[in-house]
Design a protein around this ligand. Structure first.
Ligand code: ZN
Length: 159
């Protein structure tokens, strides 16, 4: 299976059965993420105990790429420390904006490298990054985040 087929399989699978989708009643951290370019709008909730993400959930209206990214992210970050999660956020951002080669990203991101291809699809980069932005905002106690303005991942990468 080539990387394009794998990408499509993963997106389809996570859209059909999104992991950790729904509400998290005992969340300690929450954030809302907006990507006006596509219309993605998600809510993310996490329960952080000590410095570890004990549980995480997301919901909202989003396109397939955003939903699959959020679903895979939720699996990848569960049980990790906030510091580890911030490292993943940085590598995911670097990979999807083409700032890092796939091999380097792969050492940190594992299966999440299926999203490496979005760097060639500028209109989809923000869809893939939005859940990660929203998680970063949640762990830093920012209530709302957006892919526009100062937080624009594409603009940031160009700096
Ligand atoms: Zn989208």
């Amino acid at each position: 299976m080539d990387s394009k087929q794998l990408y499509q399989e993963v997106i389809l699978d996570h859209n059909k059965k999104p992991r950790n989708y729904g509400k998290l009643e005992d969340a300690t951290h929450r954030s809302e993420g907006l990507n006006p370019l596509c219309g993605d709008h998600i809510w993310l909730a996490a329960k952080i105990g000590g410095d570890r993400i004990e549980s995480i959930a997301f919901e909202g209206e989003s396109c397939a790429i955003c939903k699959a990214s959020a679903s895979m992210m939720s699996v990848a970050v569960k049980g990790r420390t906030v510091a580890e999660v911030e490292t993943l956020v940085e590598h995911f951002r670097a990979m999807t904006t083409g700032q890092e080669d796939a091999e380097t990203s792969g050492r940190y991101l594992g299966r999440l490298t299926v999203f490496a291809g979005v760097k060639d699809l500028p209109s989809r980069v923000k869809c893939a990054i939005l859940p990660w932005h929203t998680l970063h905002a949640a762990v830093n106690a920012e209530a709302v985040t957006t892919t526009e303005g100062d937080a624009d991942p594409v603009a940031r990468a160009a700096e």
